[in-house]
Design a protein around this ligand. Structure first.
Ligand SMILES: Cc1ncc(COP(=O)(O)O)c(C=O)c1O
Length: 424
């Protein structure tokens, strides 16, 4: 077994006396029996600890600040509630995530509302909900918001709607193209020259209150240097009350991933801010992936083990229906038989879906894999629940919070009736 395999699981993960994996102190065998497979397990203690590491780390370095959880990474009400309990705000992308955050009881004033293509209805819903900040992605957003606010029936909390302008700084971090957003040809935000125009226009608005600027250069970024450059880019736009520096810190999925720690990331980010941002400014950050990835573990059951054609295929009862990260971004994960943790035969861990590309992990060492085995895949807390789908009539898995040996489902498994629910 690679020594660091357990290190890919949530901190505190261990094995019981007979070698079975315990997540949040709960044996995965017990969890599989109670909730079935596939299931998305969340170590609640690890998730709370991560939220506190972020919140305390930012507050210690820049007291006038707030961590705003990028909820697209795990948009379920239990996670919104957990983040709110830990004192974090939430970033919501569009009307759906706004509705989820509000249903979870997130303080509207702590919401930052994003999106590159929000309808008038979505923007109106944000204003009516009392969202603290709406991020303007272009001039059409300004037109829409001004029209919305010209309607006397739509009065924002405090009489004015706070907005930020999203800036595209022409920074292309080293990451998958699909999750790079800071480059000049990005569909998100405004390049510095038009951003300055938008800023000037908003300064003249009597209903929109320009609070500051926003930048988010991409996701799964494993180096702090691009973040530093992004801070410099927003500083060059002038002095504001608020700077939202986005998210993007990478998570550790596999042995070769070495993302900076939260402390190293904050040192770099706030170190840069100290040099160029006004001391009185408020800083927001929006971590998503790096907040939730490590706390999640996907639990599957091996359905078949097929040897031949130079490979051993271990086919599980899930796949691209519950984890699209591989298909979309070729994300490398690791895996283990959950009752015989560690390496052995090199296998192809494949899903149950009707595409050859539905291969969760290629070349993963599994110890004597057999049909019926539980298979655990670590670091699946980010963007798996969010991107899960019903391909091939797959039922989206339950989400199970585990903590101190106790467990509770916070999202149930779908049923076949759910698959029919929208049909008229
Ligand atoms: C505006 C914005 N903020 C924050 C995030 C979170 O990024 P990450 O999950 O990489 O931290 C995203 C992700 O796409 C985003 O679009």
């Amino acid at each position: 077994m690679r020594d660091d395999l357990i290190g890919l699981f949530p901190p505190g993960t261990r094995l019981d006396g007979d070698g079975t994996l315990l997540i949040g102190g709960c044996p995965v065998t017990e969890l599989a029996e109670r909730y079935g497979t596939p299931a998305l397990l969340v170590d609640e203690g690890a998730l709370r600890a991560r939220a506190r590491t972020y919140a305390d780390g930012l507050a210690a370095r820049w007291p006038n600040s707030r961590v705003v959880f990028a909820s697209k990474a795990f948009p379920c009400t239990a996670v919104y509630r957990l983040m709110a309990e830990e004192g974090l705000g939430a970033d919501v992308a569009g009307g759906g995530e706004l509705a989820l955050a509000l249903a979870a009881g997130t303080d509207p004033a702590a919401l930052v509302v994003h999106g590159n293509a929000r309808t008038t209805g979505e923007l109106r819903a944000a204003v009516e909900a009392g969202a603290g900040l709406i991020v303007v992605d272009g001039f059409d957003d300004i037109d829409r918001l001004e029209r919305i606010l010209a309607d006397d029936r739509c009065v924002p909390a405090g009489g004015e709607q706070g907005v930020l302008v999203r800036v595209t700084p022409d920074i292309r971090p080293a990451t998958h193209a699909a999750v790079s957003t800071g480059q000049a040809d990005s569909k998100f935000g405004l390049l510095p020259a038009p951003a300055k125009e938008a800023i000037a226009r908003l300064r003249g608005s009597d209903r929109l209150r320009l609070d500051g600027v926003h930048v988010h250069i991409g996701s799964q970024i494993l180096d702090t240097e691009p973040f530093r450059r992004a801070v410099e880019a927003v500083a060059a736009l002038g002095d504001f009350a608020v700077y939202d520096l986005g998210g993007g810190l990478g998570a550790r999925y596999s042995y070769d991933d070495h993302p900076p720690s939260v402390a190293a990331y904050l040192d770099a980010l706030i170190g840069a801010a100290r040099g160029v941002l006004p001391a009185a400014a408020r800083i927001l950050i929006e971590p998503g992936r790096s907040m939730v990835a490590e706390a999640g573990v996907s639990l599957y059951r091996a359905v078949t083990v097929k040897r031949g054609a130079g490979a051993t295929f271990v086919a599980i009862d899930g796949g691209m229906g519950d984890n699209l990260e591989v298909s979309l971004y070729r994300q490398r994960f690791e895996a283990t038989v959950a009752t015989r943790v560690g390496g052995g035969e090199t296998c192809r861990l494949v899903g149950r879906h009707c595409e050859s590309g539905d291969e969760l992990v290629t070349g993963v060492p599994l110890r004597d894999p057999r049909p019926g085995d539980l298979i655990a895949v670590p670091a699946t807390g980010a963007y798996t629940y969010a991107l899960s789908n019903n391909y091939n009539g797959a039922l989206r898995p339950p989400v199970v919070f585990c903590r101190d040996g106790r467990h509770r489902a916070v999202v149930r498994r779908e049923t076949y009736a759910d698959l029919l629910r929208r049909d008229l």
